[in-house]
Design a protein around this ligand. Structure first.
Ligand SMILES: NC(=O)c1ccc[n+]([C@@H]2O[C@H](COP(=O)([O-])OP(=O)(O)OC[C@H]3O[C@@H](n4cnc5c(N)ncnc54)[C@H](OP(=O)(O)O)[C@@H]3O)[C@@H](O)[C@H]2O)c1
Length: 283
């Protein structure tokens, strides 16, 4: 994957070296698996409701698993990776204060939670990096956008970025507000493609295909097109032109999609709505 950093061999060698994972649900577990594959250590997990899979992994790899932050000594913690739901983070943020005060970097992947609101809860000296991953991160094929305020040192940015490569690719944005636009494009984006697959399957049924067959064709086409865009570095527009012979079937369909720019306009309106909603949610 272009631009992907290597996790392998990462050791946080400073005195405080522990990576504390707060919340090991879908995203947290994916992070954990990537870290273990990349030999990130030591790791401590705080998760009050561990899944059977988490219990298995933690036991096999001898990773301490606690049900609350209070059980962890902040002194050894170099970085806290916050992977709990935003609404839970609201009530939990004050418990992060001792970790921030002891010098840990906080890396939050919680949607809609601004650095300002986290700073209010964790204290003015807290050092916070924010990231917006997306759902394919759960299988290591996502993309996360990161933002760090100026006061975060280059080495800490790098440390945050390396930990996030467990979910896939990483990119940086220069201003925190851009996280709202990122949320609207890549954060919510997987659902747009799922919707397109649903619509394609429904259209296939209208053309006489049995439901199971239409569903399978649509799903495999989405997956195949996704894999191709990953394997082939050319622009999607170029990939599209490549499969569109003049006067052919694809051209006939694309003429409908592209009439009066209707499809592009619809996508732009949808993305703007998501960006506005992201702004509203963070208040
Ligand atoms: N999934 C995505 O596509 C996506 C995309 C972008 C950003 N994010 C962000 O990533 C974060 C995690 O999402 P997710 O999909 O992994 O959610 P999730 O599957 O619900 O995982 C969150 C985990 O944290 C646990 N938890 C609850 N309270 C806790 C506490 N006080 N201390 C420690 N752990 C606690 C939850 O346990 P219970 O099950 O008992 O509540 C759950 O296992 C969220 O903030 C979300 O906004 C997710």
């Amino acid at each position: 994957v272009p631009g992907r950093l290597k996790l392998t061999g990462l050791k946080l060698t400073k005195k405080a070296s522990t990576v504390l994972l707060l919340g090991a649900g879908r995203m947290g577990l994916a992070l954990l698996k990537g870290w273990l594959a990349g030999k990130v250590s030591p790791i401590v997990i705080v998760e009050p409701n561990p899944s059977p899979e988490l219990l298995r992994v933690a036991r096999a790899r001898r990773i301490p698993l606690h049900d609350s932050l209070g059980a962890v000594d902040p002194a050894g913690v170099a970085i806290v990776v916050i992977a709990i739901k935003p609404q839970i983070l609201k009530s939990e943020a004050a418990s992060l204060q001792p970790f921030a005060r002891a010098g840990a970097l906080l890396l939050s992947i919680a949607a809609g939670t601004s650095i300002r609101s986290l700073t209010q809860a964790c204290g003015r000296t807290a050092r916070i990096v924010r990231a917006m991953p997306n759902l394919p991160g759960a299988i290591g094929q996502g993309i996360s956008a990161l933002y760090a305020p100026k006061k975060i040192a280059a080495a800490e940015r790098a440390r945050a970025e390396v930990l996030l490569t467990a979910l896939g690719e990483t990119v940086w944005v220069a201003r925190e507000e851009l996280i709202d636009a990122v949320t609207a494009v890549s954060g919510s984006g997987p659902a747009y493609f799922f919707l397109l697959a649903e619509a394609l399957a429904a259209a296939g049924r209208r053309e006489g295909l049995p439901k199971a067959l239409a569903d399978r064709l649509a799903r495999a086409t989405l997956a195949g097109a996704g894999a191709l865009t990953r394997a082939d570095v050319r622009d999607p527009a170029e990939l599209r032109r490549d499969v569109t012979s003049p006067g052919g079937t694809t051209a006939a369909a694309l003429a409908e999609f592209m009439k009066d720019d209707a499809f592009a306009e619809l996508v732009a309106r949808a993305v703007a709505a998501a960006r506005r909603r992201s702004e509203e949610l963070r208040g």
